[in-house]
Design a protein around this ligand. Structure first.
Ligand SMILES: C[S@@+](CC[C@H](N)C(=O)[O-])C[C@H]1O[C@@H](n2cnc3c(N)ncnc32)[C@H](O)[C@@H]1O
Length: 501
């Protein structure tokens, strides 16, 4: 391999002079290490470790000019780029290191780390897998791979990797904490409780430790005996004399339903409903957990209570945690079907916090949003994209506005309606001839619809197609995932109808 060009040498010289003017110690470092490229590498890594990642990157940029075929230098460059948050560049540098040293496990590990930061989790897992196939004894890499699986909600896989990491050395609090979460989310409640017991010894003051540990202990006790005992155990573990039963029971039902455990969810809902028979949330949670097939829509007071209490955290939870992307997906899906040059009168049913309003706005002459929950409407108003917002019920509103809209949207809303016939009749009324109606639905088996233990309704593809005639033609369907629930993605579909009748 040819050495560096004169131009590169000059560039390095100028870079060194600039840096020596800021930090004269570099001169001594260069004197002590005759290989300038290595001296710059070590110095750059030291800068990055001291929090000067940008300067570190600059030094490593000079080092690779002098040693363009030295894997250690490329690896060092990847490290400082990672430290600077330049994760894509870091991946490239680590790949360069691997070109010259294919068995460099730590370069694969570096790629895994950078890709995980970029949330390219599957690729990150592959990179960690490559590192481990070179160096299987690296418990830390098993841990890192386990964390990636945790982020992917592949909880059983996470448990397997984290257990393997445990076997490689003394468990630290971070490892046991991740293991406890993975076990709990995978449904291994007793083992999760044992992991929390271990964690309490390792890190008694850990963030959220007390609350998480108490909740897991509550679920474990609930699955074994009377709910009153479970509440007592929770109170002791959480260190509170009078636990907030409402919050505790609500969280427990969400967890149990996410695991597919309808019977204990029903037991919790029953205890919750007994606390206040007029509270619509436990009443409907109980109906849903019992699988009552006679209910054709979620009660209005239930929807209001649920979403008024959810409004503040809705966006963070749905978009941030549960990977809810229906609004953007729905608008991208219908766009090619809409008239290209015409601005539309659009009605966004169950608009919630207005997530759909943002991608709908560029298509709108007038954009109206309605929702049952006043606090969701307030959030949508704060977004500033709707021309009008109203607290209203879907079918009532549609019936009161005949021939008013060109496009009606219902993103993740029919999950609160079982029988969709009134909705379709209302949409047909409110739309102009040739107008469009688009909805997203959770899809289920069979030929009709069903109330799920989650309190949401699923509709079969056959039912969604059968609703179209005579007022609508089903123009297009897109099978999709709606969001995560527990450890699984919820299957669904986006359906676009055109008013023809
Ligand atoms: C899962 S959120 C979806 C919100 C929004 N469309 C989105 O995609 O982010 C469901 C929304 O539908 C509203 N909703 C449910 N049933 C309704 C009904 N019958 N009439 C009006 N709004 C309803 C709820 O209040 C809630 O804001």
């Amino acid at each position: 391999m040819a050495g560096p060009s004169q131009e590169d040498i000059d560039t390095v010289q100028r870079g060194i002079e600039r840096r020596v003017a800021i930090d004269p110690e570099l001169e001594q470092i260069l004197e002590a290490e005759p290989r300038t490229a290595l001296a710059l590498t070590r110095y750059g890594i030291r800068l990055a470790n001291q929090g000067e990642a940008e300067a570190g990157c600059e030094m490593l940029g000079l080092a690779v000019l002098l040693g363009p075929d030295e894997p250690v230098i490329w690896y060092g460059r990847g490290m400082v780029q990672s430290a600077a948050g330049a994760f894509r560049d870091a991946v490239e540098s680590y790949r360069q290191a691997l070109r010259f040293a294919p068995a460099m496990a730590q370069a694969w590990a570096g790629i895994g780390f950078a890709l995980a930061k970029l949330e390219a989790f599957e690729d990150a897992a592959e990179a960690y897998g490559a590192a481990l196939s070179i160096d299987p004894g690296q418990g830390r890499l098993r841990h890192d791979l386990g964390v990636v699986r945790l982020r992917q909600r592949r909880y059983e896989d996470a448990v397997r990797e984290l257990r393997a990491a445990e076997r490689h050395g003394p468990a630290d609090a971070g490892l046991v904490s991740n293991l406890a979460v993975a076990l709990f989310q995978s449904g291994a409640v007793k083992e999760a409780a044992a992991a929390y017991a271990q964690l309490r010894l390792l890190d008694p003051e850990g963030a959220d430790m007390r609350e998480n540990s108490a909740f897991v202990t509550f679920i474990a006790a609930l699955l074994e005996g009377p709910i009153e005992n479970a509440v007592t155990v929770y109170g002791i573990r959480a260190g509170v004399a009078h636990p907030d039963r409402r919050a505790l029971f609500k969280a427990a039902i969400a967890y149990l339903v996410g695991q597919g455990w309808a019977a204990p969810a029903a037991a919790v809902a029953q205890a919750w409903a007994a606390m206040d028979p007029s509270d619509p949330e436990p009443a409907f949670a109980l109906t849903a957990a019992r699988g009552d097939s006679a209910v054709s829509a979620a009660p209005r007071d239930y929807v209001v209570a649920l979403y008024d209490s959810f409004a503040d955290s809705f966006d963070a939870k749905l978009v941030g945690e549960l990977n809810y992307r229906i609004p953007e997906r729905l608008v991208a899906f219908i766009r090619p079907h809409l008239p290209p040059d015409r601005m539309l009168d659009i009605l966004d049913l169950g608009c919630g916090t207005g997530l759909s309003g943002v991608p709908l706005k560029p298509l709108a002459k007038r954009l109206v949003g309605i929702d049952l929950s006043p606090r969701m409407i307030a959030k949508a108003r704060a977004r500033g994209v709707y021309d009008a917002l109203e607290v209203a019920e879907i079918t009532d509103y549609l019936q009161a506005h005949p021939g008013t809209f060109d496009l009606v949207t219902a993103a993740d809303v029919v999950i609160y309606l079982g029988d969709l016939a009134p909705l379709f009749a209302g949409a047909a009324q409110a739309l102009r001839q040739g107008g469009f109606f688009v909805l997203s639905a959770e899809t289920g088996a069979g030929s009709g619809w069903s109330l799920l233990p989650s309190g949401r309704f699923a509709h079969s593809q056959a039912y969604l197609a059968a609703l179209a005639p005579p007022a609508f033609g089903l123009r297009a369907t897109l099978p999709t995932h709606i969001r995560f629930e527990g450890k699984a993605e919820v299957p669904g579909a986006i359906c676009l109808y055109e008013k023809i009748g």
